[in-house]
Design a protein around this ligand. Structure first.
Ligand code: FES
Length: 153
């Protein structure tokens, strides 16, 4: 019986410090990663769209993976993020605005808040014309809400 107790005590004495230090190392690594800025360059997020003539007035194109909707109206092209400004859920384009399925925020067709809890309007992304004449949607750059790009000649 005493041998069994000794065996258990030996086991605990041997492995408890390893468990403690292992846990501390994992916790410390997580804390370090959390507090360090991202040092590696991020992949540029640009989407080639095509020629300006591919987006006639009235166009609505949803990019689900990239979380953005592209629109063309009389004033030009513009792209609105579908990431809710509350907690990041994907808002749905309803044809008249954006609804968030998570907590009920609603945005108008320009991404402005109609109903919270979202604290801010949806982001607008930059649309650029490449030297080739094609359009590119730059998800790394935002523009002020209401800035529409005219690419028609
Ligand atoms: S994440 Fe959209 S309302 Fe909360």
């Amino acid at each position: 019986m005493d041998e069994k107790k000794d065996s258990r005590r030996n086991f605990i004495t041997k492995f408890a410090p390893a468990t403690f230090w292992g846990s501390l190392a994992v916790w410390g690594g997580s804390l370090l990663k959390f507090t360090m800025p991202t040092l590696l360059p991020q992949e540029s997020k640009k989407i080639k769209l095509g020629m300006p003539s591919d987006f006639p007035n009235g166009t609505t194109k949803i990019f689900e993976k990239e979380r953005v909707v592209l629109f063309a109206d009389d004033d030009g092209l513009f792209a609105i993020s579908t990431t809710c400004t509350h907690l990041g859920c994907v808002v749905k384009w309803t044809g008249r605005g954006f609804d968030c399925p998570c907590h009920g925020s609603k945005f108008d067709a320009q991404g402005e808040i109609i109903q919270g809890p979202a604290p801010k309007a949806l982001k607008w992304f930059k649309i650029e014309k490449l030297p080739s004449g094609q359009l590119s949607l730059n998800l790394d750059k935002t523009v002020e809400s209401g800035v529409k790009e005219q690419f028609y000649v």
